[in-house]
Design a protein around this ligand. Sequence first.
Ligand SMILES: NC(=O)c1ccc[n+]([C@@H]2O[C@H](COP(=O)([O-])OP(=O)(O)OC[C@H]3O[C@@H](n4cnc5c(N)ncnc54)[C@H](OP(=O)(O)O)[C@@H]3O)[C@@H](O)[C@H]2O)c1
Length: 381
Amino acid sequence: MNKTVLILGGYGNTGRLLAEWLLLTTEVNLIIAGRSEIQAKTLAGDLQPRFPGKQVTGIHLDAANFNELLLAFQRVNLVIVASSTTALVENVAKAALQARIDYFDMQLSSPYKINRLRQLENEIIAAGCCFITDGGFHPGVPAALIRYAATQFESLIQANVASVIQVNWAALSFAEETKIEFIRELQEYQLLVWQQGQWRELSWYHAVKEFDFGQLLGKRACVPFFLEELKCLPEQFPALQDSGFFIAGFHWWIDYVIMPLSFFLLKLSPKLAKPLSQLFWWNLAKIGHPPFGTSLLLEATGLNQGQSQTLRVQLFHEDAYQMTAIPVIACLLQYLDGTIRKPGLWWQGNLVAPTRMLRDLEKLGITVEVKVDHLLKTLNS
Ligand SMILES: NC(=O)c1ccc[n+]([C@@H]2O[C@H](COP(=O)([O-])OP(=O)(O)OC[C@H]3O[C@@H](n4cnc5c(N)ncnc54)[C@H](OP(=O)(O)O)[C@@H]3O)[C@@H](O)[C@H]2O)c1
């Protein structure tokens, strides 16, 4: 029998793309859920005629209401959390556990979310459920890229991943919670990188590293942005001496004025989160300018037969939300065919088979360019 998947936040920017991709690439039936029954039903009504063999329904569901979650989850096999409900992670995860269904989230990698999920890890295993967290492109892809690099060398010495997001923010609309969640989570980020056998917190002065994203997006100064999925990599690849995830700034005005000011005021009073998030998003909407695009870049070096080689893998999509949704689908394809489904709490970037993921990203529309020692290479060779 076909599986039923519920997308919480199913009509949001990412949720609606996930809904369409799931119907296009898998055999699942879908429930689109959120606090607006009208929006959920409208999207379901738009999608259903395009996919006549499948069931697509829309329902009201509030992540804050445990009983409502439990009732909805009893009808499904998997919940995909595409809603900005990190503050409610415990509610959603406990309802999924009680209903004995699988769980996938793609919210930012916040210590709050991870600690709450880790506290439930033994129960998740005992219930035989598969919980996948930190899905998306970052979090979600950087560790998979580094694991791909490790398959290309006898020993992996250096592997850094960087991201640039150049978006027309003014053309997008978000739930109020998404805006607040974003600024709260940016405030928590750590300038941590793996250097000379340990995780080191860098000072701002030493943290900046330049990456060349190519002709369209150019050279960008990036700073470390620690992701939980990176933590286990040095143990898996003992020769690794230098590794981290880096992120390009938005614009000097946002990076050096609005963000430090917002973080300072937020520390003084967490109650200011709403007005500060409005200030942040108002400014962000003013700075978006073409060319638009989102890119992840892996730069790695390693040894093969005693010789040093370089590897560069660049992912690009002009639409930042496709760049988020497509890696989720690539992971779910591996989950739905049973290849990676197993009881426990897993990170998307650590769980996926990396070469298959990269091939699927390419098939689904992300440009994947692989270069070894500056020469282009296909993913198959
Ligand atoms: N990993 C990655 O690469 C990546 C990339 C982009 C975004 N994200 C994360 O993905 C999440 C969604 O981002 P987005 O840009 O798609 O946001 P969005 O467009 O604002 O959508 C958020 C959705 O969540 C729903 N929602 C909010 N509160 C809810 C609640 N209490 N119960 C049920 N539904 C609720 C909203 O609908 P209602 O308000 O009508 O309920 C809306 O459908 C965010 O957490 C964001 O940080 C991750």
